[in-house]
Design a protein around this ligand. Structure first.
Ligand code: SAM
Length: 282
């Protein structure tokens, strides 16, 4: 029934069910690409060869969760996701295989929690194999943000940044552990093993929760392996693939790969693949 003539029409109240953002902040995130040049890393996290910036994690966490909700990262590295979760008032749960990275993450999180004092949300990081995620007795999570190894790319001769890391005496790969996904040489097996971890992530997320996976297509030999697209398809068997946001880096040095004889690009973008665990799958 419409209000009597002359009376103001009450404005419809919108309830933000997903996050705590204003409409302006919400719409900014809806652009399908963003430029983010990672700041210089401090000495501790430099030992990790494939870290994403906390600023990226913060963007995604504040979009896909509300304060007080719980964020999961099953391949936590030096803890960027967990750090950003705590810093923005979310609980954090993570798993990392490599004890050295897990120790760095623990130390960073403990320092942040001490700075936050009583307002620090609870957090938990386990040093374990994510392939056994469901055996770890983890609580249900409201969002998962993670990045798997980009296949065994760190071991590929001539991989970007390798020469510089060697010169600085930094590790070139995550570890020599047979359980390290970055040591699986067979591409199809790698996609299946990573896929099986996300089947378990699906079970750990509450219905309606989102998952973001940061990944890149990779080149090996004379061809590209569409890792981002293959994972999108594999994970889409259980989750609903919503879209991708493309993370662009425009501060990387260009290398003259293949100059004057073959087309080889400099790949300075990553895919942030967004999935949802639907309440009901249609
Ligand atoms: C791309 S890195 C993640 C980096 C992290 N997002 C950060 O910013 O520090 C992938 C991580 O997966 C870890 N990893 C490899 N195999 C694993 C497994 N089976 N279980 C848990 N973590 C694993 C590696 O040690 C590495 O730290």
């Amino acid at each position: 029934m419409s209000p009597p003539r002359g009376e103001a029409v009450p404005r419809r109240q919108f309830v933000n069910r997903l996050n705590d953002l204003s409409p302006r902040e919400w719409i900014k995130f809806q652009k399908s690409w963003f430029v983010l040049n990672p700041p210089r890393r401090d000495a501790g996290v430099l030992t990790h060869p494939g870290k994403f910036p906390e600023a990226l994690a913060e963007q995604f966490i504040t979009f896909f969760t509300k304060r007080g909700q719980r964020v999961l990262d099953p391949m936590a590295g030096t803890g960027s996701t967990l750090f950003a979760a705590l810093a923005t008032g979310r609980e954090a749960v993570g798993v990392e295989l490599n004890p050295a990275f897990a120790a760095i993450a623990q130390e960073r999180l403990a320092r942040l929690a001490a700075e936050l004092g009583e307002s620090s949300p609870p957090w938990r990081l386990l040093c374990a194999d994510a392939r056994a995620l469901l055996d770890l007795d983890l609580p249900q999570a409201d969002y998962c943000l993670t990045s798997p190894p980009y296949w065994d790319m760190l071991r590929r001769k001539g991989f970007e940044g390798q020469r510089e890391r060697r010169a600085r005496g930094l590790p070139l790969a995550y570890s020599d552990d047979a359980a390290d996904l970055g040591n699986i040489a067979d591409y199809d097996r790698f996609v299946q093993e990573v896929g099986a971890i996300f089947d378990q992530v699906h079970a750990l997320l509450r219905p309606g929760a989102y998952l973001t996976v940061v990944v890149k297509n990779v080149k090996k030999g004379n061809r590209m392996y569409p890792l981002a697209w293959d994972l999108a398809r594999r994970l889409g068997e259980r989750f609903t693939l919503k879209d991708e946001r493309i993370w662009l880096q425009d501060d990387q040095r260009l290398a003259p790969y293949g100059m004057f004889h073959a087309w080889v690009s400099n790949t300075h973008h990553h895919y942030c693949l967004n999935f949802r665990k639907e309440r009901e799958r249609v």
